[in-house]
Design a protein. Structure first.
Length: 426
């Protein structure tokens, strides 16, 4: 039981086990670069169709104004959720799945932690498939499996040096991505001959908020994994919120512009990027940058695994997970992106509500150790949130995500209220 293990890494990289102290080296710009790059996604450009045409293929578009407002609202609320968990991570120095030991106790926290491992392996696989598919469009001569292997190797290389990779994003990648996005946006708007608010209405606006919020929420489970390395709480919060919001909105907005002007459906979005002058270069920058997502997913899987097995060497875990997602990416075909996101949103929104309310009420008494006592009762408000999500039909101006969050939050408050009154009367 050595909790005073000698540091065997340089102090500016994450220690190999979870029993060692987290170095506090990341500033606001590091956090903004990380979350800004995670906010941009190849899936966002094409996923914009779910906001624009919320009821599916063949149904009417919402207006461009309604779509943009939905994107801003959903993305900003999702970013606020990421920032809230980042704040707790920066304050405690613990990764997200260790925070759940405080809420549910070490034993019961295994349930959401295993779910998170499954989710992150799914995302890691999905991202490698996405990058490899995009690269096949740009460089058609190379077979997809070769791109999958290349992406897998790059993902592993980035994941074993998590803080070094964040610095790489800050120094080199962010600026290239910003230029590429401005270039694509300017050219697409130019080609469309100017944009109007569009003719559609607002019906389905709530679905658009839901979709973009679900994307934001899907990042929450890794928020504290990086925030715990922040120099200050403020830099974690500001960096995560600003980075995710600004770049997330930019990414969806470019997808929307492509869809309402030049692209004939989501399958044509990337082709419309490639068709602008120097579009190949801009698209390559954005595509290679997508490796930040696959590495972040592999690293989040690693830290979540360490939450269950704190003495395992994170480098070994990352290599194993990286090989696993690469093999899965070679083997599987994934089409059902939207329902995958919804399922994730439903499970983690309630969890987030329980985490936040419990932190506000009882955070100072949280026991984050490997032996913390089980608090089974808090699984009930989480279940209530999930149930609410599936019982509420999606409709205009009703976001299921927000309702499920509020139900779980209220139920957590109720559990605390009842516990308090029981303590007073006995
Ligand atoms: N956790 C994640 C959310 C969204 N995209 C990802 O690649 N990973």
């Amino acid at each position: 039981m050595v909790d005073v293990a000698r540091p065997h890494t340089t102090p500016d990289e994450v220690p190999h086990t979870l029993t060692e102290q987290a170095p506090r080296t990341l500033g606001t710009l590091d956090q903004a670069a990380l979350w800004g790059n995670l906010g941009v996604s190849l899936l966002g450009f094409t996923g914009a169709i779910f906001v624009l045409q919320p009821f599916g293929e063949g149904t009417p578009y919402v207006s461009l104004t309604a779509a943009l407002v939905a994107v801003v609202v959903g993305t900003a609320v999702g970013a606020a959720a990421v920032a809230a968990v980042a704040a707790i991570g920066a304050r405690t120095g613990a990764p997200t799945m260790v925070l759940l030991r405080g809420v549910f106790g070490a034993r019961a926290s295994t349930v959401p932690t295993v779910l998170n491992v499954v989710q992150m392996v799914g995302w890691g696989t999905f991202e490698i498939v996405t990058i490899a598919t995009a690269l096949t469009q740009v460089v058609p001569g190379v077979p997809r499996w070769a791109w999958v292997l290349t992406c897998g190797a790059a993902t592993i290389a980035l994941a074993v040096r998590p803080l070094g990779s964040v610095r790489l994003l800050r120094r080199w990648v962010s600026i290239a991505v910003v230029i590429a996005l401005l270039w694509l946006a300017g050219n697409l708007i130019g080609q469309s001959g100017g944009l109007s608010g569009g003719s559609g209405g607002w019906s389905g606006f709530g679905v658009g908020v839901d979709v973009t919020l679900a994307v934001g929420i899907s990042w929450v489970p890794m928020a504290a994994d990086y925030a715990r390395h922040s120099r200050t709480v403020r830099s974690a919060v500001v960096g995560a919120f600003a980075g995710t919001t600004v770049m997330g909105v930019a990414c969806y907005a470019i997808g929307l512009v492509a869809l309402v002007s030049v692209a004939d459906g989501p399958d044509q979005v990337f082709a419309s990027f490639l068709a602008v002058p120097l579009g190949v270069l801009a698209f390559l920058v954005v595509t290679v940058r997508e490796l930040d997502q696959s590495f972040a997913n592999v690293y989040a899987t690693t830290v979540s695994t360490q939450a269950l097995r704190p003495r395992w060497d994170r480098r070994v875990v990352s290599v194993v997970v990286g090989v696993l997602v690469t093999v899965l990416a070679l083997a599987v075909r994934i089409d059902n992106y939207e329902s995958f996101l919804y399922a994730i949103g439903s499970v983690f929104l309630g969890l987030l509500a329980v985490l936040l309310v419990d932190y506000l009420v009882a955070g100072r008494r949280w026991d984050l150790s490997e032996t913390s006592a089980t608090r089974w009762v808090l699984l009930l408000p989480w279940a209530a949130g999930i149930a609410a999500y599936y019982l509420i039909p999606p409709g205009p101006l009703v976001s299921r995500s927000l309702v499920s969050f509020l139900v779980a939050a209220a139920a957590t408050g109720l559990v605390h209220g009842l516990a308090w009154s029981v303590r007073r009367t006995v």
